[in-house]
Design a protein around this ligand. Sequence first.
Ligand code: PLP
Length: 229
Amino acid sequence: MTVESAQSGVAERLTVVQRSIADAMKAAGRGDVCDLVAVTKTFEAEHIRPALEAGQRIVGENRVQEAKAKWPELKAEFPDVELHLLGPLQSNKAKDAVALFDVIESVDREKIAEAIAKAGEAAGRMPKVMVQVNIGNEPQKAGVAPEDAAALVERVRALGLDVIALMAIPPVDEDPAPHFAALKAMADGLGLATSMGMSGDYETAVAQGARWVRVGSAIFGARPPLAAG
Ligand SMILES: *Cc1c(COP(=O)(O)O)cnc(C)c1O
């Protein structure tokens, strides 16, 4: 595929994903809202622009440095874009993250929440946050252990941060539905929404009540494997 045709496919694939979300909402009998976070990591501005021109306004990136390199320019063009940070955040990047992101989905320990709160106060701009839960209890995966999630949400709220949801990525080799259901139940108990579901399983996540789904490759195409994180 040429670069041009890869880009021109973006708006069409975006429409397909939006329709699938609407269909899954209908099939689940949901009358509430599920928003699409279009995950633009590894893609250049020219590849992202067709999605923005088609009206997509919620986008996600994994790395602060990468987002800093491309989003200030795109945000100048599309000022009402809402940018979500999906990848792990280090305390020394909190200042940059707060300057750029509207929602930080990957809060999984008190220390990083403190860094966000401090940077937000200094900047006079406080992002909303989600608490990332390691819903499958995987040793290598980011996220707070499910049994510690409620306590972390309390501590993050006590720092003055607006916690809006729980976020999770279920184990790749398991049926995601029970993990989505578990996250939803946990979120309901805490008065929170959920961010769950990616290209391979977002319809399942919608069926399980996702408030946000995060979809990248189904819209923008395959990423180089090493850059996928
Ligand atoms: C990359 C990524 C996504 C999107 O993944 P796709 O499979 O390309 O849809 C969603 N959430 C997080 C946290 C990611 O890192």
